[in-house]
Design a protein around this ligand. Sequence first.
Ligand code: SF4
Length: 294
Amino acid sequence: MKVLRAESAGFCRGVERAINIVRDYLKKGRAPVFTDGPLIHNRQMMAELEAEGVREVGDYRSRSKLDLNLSPEEKENAVVIVRAHGVTPERREYLKTLGTEFRDATCPDVGVIAGRVRLCAKKGFSTLVFGDPNHPEVVGILGYAEGRGFAVRTEADLAALPPLGDKVCMVSQSTMFPDEFEILAEKVRERYPDAQIFNTICGATRSRQGDVVRLAEQGAEAIVVIGGRHSANTVKLATLVERQGLPCYHIETLRELDLEQMKRYSVVGVTAGASTPGFLIDEVCNTLENSKNY
Ligand code: SF4
Protein backbone atom coordinates (compact mmCIF):
# COMPACT_ATOMS: atom_id res chain seq x y z
CA MET A 1 0.00 0.00 0.00
CA LYS A 2 1.27 3.48 -0.81
CA VAL A 3 1.36 5.75 2.23
CA LEU A 4 1.45 9.56 2.00
CA ARG A 5 2.69 10.93 5.30
CA ALA A 6 1.89 14.58 6.00
CA GLU A 7 5.09 16.59 6.41
CA SER A 8 3.70 18.38 9.45
CA ALA A 9 2.43 15.26 11.24
CA GLY A 10 3.36 15.19 14.91
CA PHE A 11 4.73 17.52 17.53
CA CYS A 12 4.45 21.26 17.07
CA ARG A 13 7.05 23.55 18.61
CA GLY A 14 4.86 24.33 21.64
CA VAL A 15 4.41 20.67 22.53
CA GLU A 16 8.05 19.85 21.88
CA ARG A 17 9.15 22.74 24.08
CA ALA A 18 6.86 21.65 26.95
CA ILE A 19 8.15 18.07 26.78
CA ASN A 20 11.76 19.27 26.69
CA ILE A 21 11.20 21.43 29.78
CA VAL A 22 9.81 18.44 31.69
CA ARG A 23 12.58 16.11 30.53
CA ASP A 24 15.29 18.61 31.43
CA TYR A 25 14.07 18.56 35.04
CA LEU A 26 13.99 14.75 35.02
CA LYS A 27 17.54 14.65 33.66
CA LYS A 28 18.71 16.90 36.47
CA GLY A 29 17.29 14.40 38.96
CA ARG A 30 14.48 16.66 40.09
CA ALA A 31 11.52 14.88 41.68
CA PRO A 32 8.64 14.90 41.90
CA VAL A 33 8.05 16.68 38.60
CA PHE A 34 4.35 17.63 38.65
CA THR A 35 2.27 18.90 35.74
CA ASP A 36 -0.87 20.86 36.56
CA GLY A 37 -3.34 18.85 34.46
CA PRO A 38 -2.17 17.07 31.30
CA LEU A 39 0.94 18.78 29.91
CA ILE A 40 -0.32 18.00 26.40
CA HIS A 41 -3.46 16.28 25.08
CA ASN A 42 -2.05 12.89 24.20
CA ARG A 43 -2.64 10.02 26.61
CA GLN A 44 0.09 7.78 25.17
CA MET A 45 2.72 10.52 25.50
CA MET A 46 1.54 11.36 29.01
CA ALA A 47 1.84 7.65 29.91
CA GLU A 48 5.40 7.67 28.56
CA LEU A 49 6.27 10.75 30.61
CA GLU A 50 4.67 9.17 33.67
CA ALA A 51 6.90 6.12 33.20
CA GLU A 52 9.88 8.52 33.14
CA GLY A 53 8.77 10.01 36.49
CA VAL A 54 6.30 12.79 35.71
CA ARG A 55 3.25 13.07 37.96
CA GLU A 56 0.13 14.69 36.54
CA VAL A 57 -1.92 16.32 39.28
CA GLY A 58 -5.01 18.50 39.21
CA ASP A 59 -7.80 18.28 36.69
CA TYR A 60 -8.46 18.71 32.96
CA ARG A 61 -9.10 22.47 33.21
CA SER A 62 -6.53 23.18 35.93
CA ARG A 63 -9.09 24.43 38.44
CA SER A 64 -8.94 22.10 41.43
CA LYS A 65 -6.69 22.72 44.44
CA LEU A 66 -3.57 20.55 44.52
CA ASP A 67 -2.72 18.45 47.52
CA LEU A 68 0.93 17.66 46.87
CA ASN A 69 1.53 16.24 50.35
CA LEU A 70 5.27 16.96 50.42
CA SER A 71 7.70 17.33 53.30
CA PRO A 72 9.81 20.55 53.34
CA GLU A 73 12.79 18.54 51.99
CA GLU A 74 10.71 17.09 49.17
CA LYS A 75 9.44 20.55 48.26
CA GLU A 76 13.04 21.65 47.74
CA ASN A 77 13.51 19.14 44.93
CA ALA A 78 10.00 19.28 43.46
CA VAL A 79 8.76 21.40 40.56
CA VAL A 80 5.26 22.24 39.33
CA ILE A 81 4.98 22.81 35.60
CA VAL A 82 2.26 24.74 33.76
CA ARG A 83 0.77 22.85 30.81
CA ALA A 84 1.35 23.84 27.16
CA HIS A 85 -2.23 25.19 26.97
CA GLY A 86 -1.51 27.79 29.66
CA VAL A 87 -3.58 28.71 32.71
CA THR A 88 -5.38 31.75 34.12
CA PRO A 89 -3.31 34.40 35.94
CA GLU A 90 -5.05 33.40 39.19
CA ARG A 91 -3.99 29.80 38.70
CA ARG A 92 -0.43 30.90 37.98
CA GLU A 93 -0.31 32.84 41.24
CA TYR A 94 -1.84 29.90 43.12
CA LEU A 95 0.74 27.45 41.74
CA LYS A 96 3.50 29.78 42.90
CA THR A 97 2.25 29.50 46.49
CA LEU A 98 2.75 25.74 46.70
CA GLY A 99 6.32 26.03 47.97
CA THR A 100 7.93 24.16 45.07
CA GLU A 101 9.78 25.57 42.09
CA PHE A 102 7.33 26.90 39.51
CA ARG A 103 7.97 26.56 35.77
CA ASP A 104 5.83 27.77 32.94
CA ALA A 105 5.63 25.52 29.85
CA THR A 106 2.84 27.49 28.19
CA CYS A 107 3.30 27.49 24.41
CA PRO A 108 4.70 30.89 23.33
CA ASP A 109 1.90 31.18 20.75
CA VAL A 110 -0.70 30.84 23.51
CA GLY A 111 1.29 33.32 25.56
CA VAL A 112 0.99 35.86 22.73
CA ILE A 113 -2.82 35.45 22.69
CA ALA A 114 -3.01 35.86 26.46
CA GLY A 115 -0.77 38.94 26.26
CA ARG A 116 -3.00 40.54 23.63
CA VAL A 117 -6.12 39.92 25.68
CA ARG A 118 -4.43 41.28 28.78
CA LEU A 119 -3.46 44.47 26.97
CA CYS A 120 -6.94 44.96 25.49
CA ALA A 121 -8.56 44.34 28.89
CA LYS A 122 -6.28 46.97 30.47
CA LYS A 123 -7.55 49.45 27.88
CA GLY A 124 -11.15 48.67 28.83
CA PHE A 125 -12.02 46.30 25.99
CA SER A 126 -14.32 43.30 26.31
CA THR A 127 -12.88 40.15 24.76
CA LEU A 128 -14.46 37.57 22.52
CA VAL A 129 -12.53 34.31 22.17
CA PHE A 130 -13.51 32.22 19.17
CA GLY A 131 -13.22 28.75 20.67
CA ASP A 132 -14.49 26.02 22.94
CA PRO A 133 -15.41 27.46 26.36
CA ASN A 134 -14.45 24.19 28.04
CA HIS A 135 -11.01 23.85 26.48
CA PRO A 136 -8.20 24.63 28.95
CA GLU A 137 -6.54 27.06 26.52
CA VAL A 138 -9.73 29.12 26.30
CA VAL A 139 -10.26 28.93 30.07
CA GLY A 140 -6.72 30.24 30.53
CA ILE A 141 -7.03 33.05 27.94
CA LEU A 142 -10.38 34.23 29.33
CA GLY A 143 -8.64 34.61 32.68
CA TYR A 144 -6.80 37.65 31.24
CA ALA A 145 -10.00 39.43 30.19
CA GLU A 146 -10.59 40.99 33.64
CA GLY A 147 -14.09 39.52 33.90
CA ARG A 148 -15.19 40.84 30.50
CA GLY A 149 -14.38 37.80 28.36
CA PHE A 150 -16.72 35.50 26.45
CA ALA A 151 -16.15 32.36 24.40
CA VAL A 152 -18.12 32.44 21.15
CA ARG A 153 -18.47 29.95 18.34
CA THR A 154 -21.65 30.94 16.51
CA GLU A 155 -23.82 33.89 15.56
CA ALA A 156 -26.26 32.72 18.23
CA ASP A 157 -23.48 33.09 20.82
CA LEU A 158 -22.97 36.68 19.63
CA ALA A 159 -26.70 37.39 19.89
CA ALA A 160 -26.71 36.10 23.48
CA LEU A 161 -23.95 38.47 24.66
CA PRO A 162 -24.80 41.18 27.20
CA PRO A 163 -24.34 44.83 26.06
CA LEU A 164 -20.59 45.35 25.57
CA GLY A 165 -20.38 48.93 24.31
CA ASP A 166 -17.95 49.84 21.49
CA LYS A 167 -14.71 48.53 22.90
CA VAL A 168 -14.58 44.93 21.78
CA CYS A 169 -11.66 42.78 20.72
CA MET A 170 -11.69 39.30 19.26
CA VAL A 171 -9.04 36.57 19.28
CA SER A 172 -9.13 32.87 18.44
CA GLN A 173 -8.24 29.67 20.22
CA SER A 174 -5.05 28.60 18.46
CA THR A 175 -6.48 25.45 16.87
CA MET A 176 -9.62 26.66 15.09
CA PHE A 177 -10.44 26.72 11.35
CA PRO A 178 -9.31 30.05 9.78
CA ASP A 179 -12.31 30.22 7.40
CA GLU A 180 -14.77 29.83 10.29
CA PHE A 181 -12.90 32.50 12.23
CA GLU A 182 -13.22 34.95 9.32
CA ILE A 183 -16.96 34.28 8.96
CA LEU A 184 -17.63 34.98 12.64
CA ALA A 185 -15.22 37.94 12.63
CA GLU A 186 -17.34 39.50 9.87
CA LYS A 187 -20.43 39.14 12.07
CA VAL A 188 -18.52 40.72 14.95
CA ARG A 189 -17.58 43.69 12.71
CA GLU A 190 -21.25 44.15 11.78
CA ARG A 191 -22.23 44.34 15.46
CA TYR A 192 -19.19 46.24 16.69
CA PRO A 193 -17.77 48.33 13.80
CA ASP A 194 -14.76 49.45 15.86
CA ALA A 195 -13.88 45.94 17.02
CA GLN A 196 -10.18 45.04 17.10
CA ILE A 197 -9.84 41.62 15.53
CA PHE A 198 -6.78 39.40 15.81
CA ASN A 199 -6.63 36.09 14.00
CA THR A 200 -4.48 34.16 16.49
CA ILE A 201 -4.76 30.69 14.96
CA CYS A 202 -1.21 29.39 15.20
CA GLY A 203 1.13 28.47 12.36
CA ALA A 204 1.28 24.83 13.45
CA THR A 205 -2.49 24.53 13.12
CA ARG A 206 -2.46 26.16 9.69
CA SER A 207 0.31 23.92 8.32
CA ARG A 208 -1.35 20.74 9.61
CA GLN A 209 -4.70 21.74 8.12
CA GLY A 210 -3.02 22.70 4.82
CA ASP A 211 -1.34 19.31 4.66
CA VAL A 212 -4.69 17.50 4.87
CA VAL A 213 -5.82 19.33 1.75
CA ARG A 214 -2.50 18.47 0.08
CA LEU A 215 -2.88 14.77 0.90
CA ALA A 216 -6.30 14.82 -0.79
CA GLU A 217 -4.80 16.59 -3.82
CA GLN A 218 -1.99 14.02 -4.01
CA GLY A 219 -4.51 11.24 -4.43
CA ALA A 220 -5.12 9.82 -0.95
CA GLU A 221 -8.23 7.64 -1.07
CA ALA A 222 -8.64 7.77 2.70
CA ILE A 223 -6.80 9.55 5.52
CA VAL A 224 -5.76 8.21 8.91
CA VAL A 225 -5.62 10.90 11.60
CA ILE A 226 -3.64 9.89 14.68
CA GLY A 227 -4.10 11.73 17.95
CA GLY A 228 -6.05 12.22 21.15
CA ARG A 229 -9.84 12.29 20.95
CA HIS A 230 -9.71 15.26 23.37
CA SER A 231 -7.01 17.03 21.33
CA ALA A 232 -8.69 20.06 19.70
CA ASN A 233 -6.31 20.30 16.75
CA THR A 234 -6.53 16.56 16.02
CA VAL A 235 -10.33 16.61 16.01
CA LYS A 236 -10.19 19.53 13.58
CA LEU A 237 -7.92 17.53 11.24
CA ALA A 238 -10.46 14.68 11.25
CA THR A 239 -13.27 17.12 10.44
CA LEU A 240 -11.20 18.56 7.61
CA VAL A 241 -10.66 15.10 6.10
CA GLU A 242 -14.42 14.61 6.04
CA ARG A 243 -14.81 18.03 4.39
CA GLN A 244 -12.53 16.79 1.59
CA GLY A 245 -15.11 14.03 1.04
CA LEU A 246 -12.65 11.31 2.07
CA PRO A 247 -13.12 8.44 4.51
CA CYS A 248 -11.47 9.42 7.80
CA TYR A 249 -10.01 7.05 10.38
CA HIS A 250 -9.35 8.95 13.60
CA ILE A 251 -7.35 6.69 15.89
CA GLU A 252 -5.21 7.17 18.98
CA THR A 253 -3.00 4.14 18.27
CA LEU A 254 -2.50 1.46 15.62
CA ARG A 255 -4.58 -1.01 17.64
CA GLU A 256 -7.74 0.93 16.76
CA LEU A 257 -7.16 0.67 13.01
CA ASP A 258 -9.06 -2.06 11.16
CA LEU A 259 -6.26 -3.24 8.86
CA GLU A 260 -8.57 -5.52 6.88
CA GLN A 261 -10.75 -2.55 6.07
CA MET A 262 -7.71 -0.48 5.02
CA LYS A 263 -6.80 -3.06 2.37
CA ARG A 264 -9.50 -1.67 0.10
CA TYR A 265 -7.31 1.41 -0.50
CA SER A 266 -4.18 1.58 -2.60
CA VAL A 267 -3.14 5.11 -1.49
CA VAL A 268 -3.66 6.18 2.12
CA GLY A 269 -2.77 9.52 3.71
CA VAL A 270 -1.52 9.67 7.28
CA THR A 271 -1.45 12.76 9.45
CA ALA A 272 -1.36 13.42 13.18
CA GLY A 273 -2.19 16.09 15.71
CA ALA A 274 0.34 18.51 17.18
CA SER A 275 0.68 16.42 20.34
CA THR A 276 1.04 12.99 18.73
CA PRO A 277 4.48 11.43 19.29
CA GLY A 278 6.48 10.23 16.29
CA PHE A 279 6.63 6.61 17.47
CA LEU A 280 2.84 6.30 17.12
CA ILE A 281 2.95 7.77 13.61
CA ASP A 282 5.88 5.54 12.53
CA GLU A 283 4.05 2.45 13.75
CA VAL A 284 0.96 3.24 11.67
CA CYS A 285 2.93 4.22 8.54
CA ASN A 286 5.20 1.16 8.68
CA THR A 287 2.28 -1.22 9.17
CA LEU A 288 0.27 0.26 6.32
CA GLU A 289 3.31 0.31 4.00
CA ASN A 290 3.84 -3.38 4.64
CA SER A 291 0.24 -4.37 4.06
CA LYS A 292 -1.07 -5.33 0.64
CA ASN A 293 -4.25 -3.89 -0.72
CA TYR A 294 -6.84 -6.09 -2.51
S1 SF4 B 1 -0.92 23.83 18.42
FE1 SF4 B 1 -0.09 25.92 18.22
S2 SF4 B 1 -0.67 26.98 20.09
FE2 SF4 B 1 -0.98 24.78 20.47
S3 SF4 B 1 0.95 24.14 21.42
FE3 SF4 B 1 1.19 23.82 19.22
S4 SF4 B 1 2.16 25.70 18.40
FE4 SF4 B 1 1.33 26.12 20.45
